[in-house]
Write a protein that binds this ligand. Structure first.
Ligand code: UD1
Length: 418
């Protein structure tokens, strides 16, 4: 097990550069197998979720070359074999191979995906989408066999604007015959990034980033070069850390528009920010913060992934704040540990009520999932004394070089394996 240890109350100042977006990368790598030639993706973050997807590429006999920031994927010798339970369960995004393999070979065999335990996270909308395109889905003990004689474009309405279902259906539909329309599609920037990648290969996708996406199937997808967008959740996490304990903390390589809902909330709370074309600087955290309420929502609403680190900021705001989680039913696993650190939080159904400000004191806490782990890091940075975060593997799934990045700006943070 990996353990992160943080000595709190240090001055955080300097520049943190944001890496490529995890949630785009984890879709782009499976999407790359759709090319009939070769796909180059740059600005790929070095996180364990990327490694897990590369392991699946190996299993499928896909040639790929990984260098520091890029990956070149050549699927010309690929074999469409079953993705075993071990590989499927390594991460949530393994499910993107379902759409990509179905699109390319009209058959995909894999198991229910893994990922953070933040709710039941069914994949029914993905499967309904595949069925609408003409596939049959068999499920035997969590093993999914999805196959079609032929994929035919269809009109698909998503009951929930799901990120995963939108991308997965897009991956299958690019190689279907005719036109597919996805209505009530999710609008997250990562979806636009994936659609641009596929269009660079020769796909015909219109409307990504709006709630109606139109995909005209094509027979061939060619060579392409693509860049992963900056990670808006990583950026948001460091901006929150800046608001907690930063002084002139510049979070660089950001698309500020992608974190608009967060920036507006921070300004409402009284955080001084300088928002540039591709950076956000937190001027000084040494201010009284006003309490506020947030409700998570699909993009461009307040991101559920930032809800957990944002809770830490609310423990430092004066008065009563509320967080309502509307996307996942179990995304409050960080609350007991924040309380252990000294926060005053009451959790009732899907709403957390936070009374602040409260001083936090270092102790042993657990990173129960990726963003809960980020919340623990943020809390530890302001806590008195030392905080030990166990199960830190979760954090490394989504934050590239978090220890190095925070050390550069003055944090006292170490990671070790026990
Ligand atoms: C993605 C992100 C995750 C983020 C989430 C919401 C990746 C790898 N993960 O997760 O970081 O928190 O979007 O922005 O990109 N749902 C169903 N049936 C389905 C699919 C989803 O009921 O078939 C429900 C989910 O349980 C959840 C809601 O829809 O309650 C939204 O889920 P979705 O947008 O699909 O999230 P993920 O793609 O799992």
């Amino acid at each position: 097990m990996k353990i992160i240890e943080i000595e709190g109350e240090k001055n955080i100042t300097g520049t943190i550069r944001i890496s490529g977006a995890k949630n785009a990368t984890v879709a782009l790598i499976p999407a790359a197998i759709l090319t009939d030639e070769e796909a180059t993706i740059c600005n790929v973050p070095e996180i364990t979720d990327t490694e897990a997807l590369c392991d699946i590429l190996k299993l499928l006999n896909v040639n790929f070359k990984r260098s520091t920031e890029s990956i070149i994927v050549n699927p010309q010798e690929m074999i469409n074999t079953e993705i075993t339970e071990e590989f499927s369960k390594k991460l949530r995004a393994s499910y993107y191979f379902m759409g990509a393999l179905l699109g390319k070979y009209k058959k995909a065999v894999m198991y229910f995906p893994g990922g953070c335990s933040i709710g039941s996270r069914p994949i029914d909308l993905h499967l309904k989408g595949f069925e609408a395109l003409g596939a049959t889905v068999k499920n035997e003990n969590n093993k999914y066999i999805v196959e079609a004689k032929e994929l035919k474009g269809a009109n698909i309405y998503l009951d929930i604007a799901s990120v995963g279902a939108t991308i997965n259906i897009m991956l299958a539909a690019v190689r279907a015959k005719g036109t597919t329309i996805i209505d009530n599609a999710a609008k997250e920037p990562e979806i636009v990034n994936v659609a641009t990648f596929l269009n660079n290969m020769g796909a015909k996708i219109l409307g990504a980033g709006t709630s109606t996406i139109k995909i005209e199937g094509v027979e061939h997808l060619g060579k392409c070069f693509h860049e992963v967008i900056p990670d808006r959740i990583e950026a948001g996490t460091y901006i929150i850390i800046g608001a907690l304990c930063g002084h002139m903390l510049k979070v660089d390589n950001v698309i500020p528009e992608h974190v608009d809902s967060l920036l507006l909330k921070l300004e409402e709370m009284g955080v001084d920010l300088e928002i540039g074309k591709d950076y956000v600087t937190v001027i000084d955290s040494n201010k009284t913060l006003r309490a506020t309420n947030i409700k998570t929502a699909v993009y461009p609403g307040f991101a559920t992934d930032l809800q957990q680190p944002f809770t830490v900021l609310l423990t430092q705001a004066k008065g009563k704040s509320k967080i309502t989680e509307t996307i996942f039913e179990n995304r409050f696993m960080h609350i007991p540990y924040l309380k252990k650190l000294g926060a005053d939080i009451e959790l009732k159904n899907q709403t957390a009520t936070i009374l602040g400000p409260r001083d936090l004191k270092g102790t042993e806490v657990v990173a129960t999932d990726l963003r809960a782990g980020a919340a623990m890091v943020a809390a530890a940075l302001i806590a008195k004394g030392t905080t030990t975060i166990t199960n830190a593997e979760h954090i490394l799934r989504g934050y590239e070089q978090i220890v190095e990045k925070l050390t550069t700006v003055g944090a006292k943070i170490t990671i070790k394996e026990i």
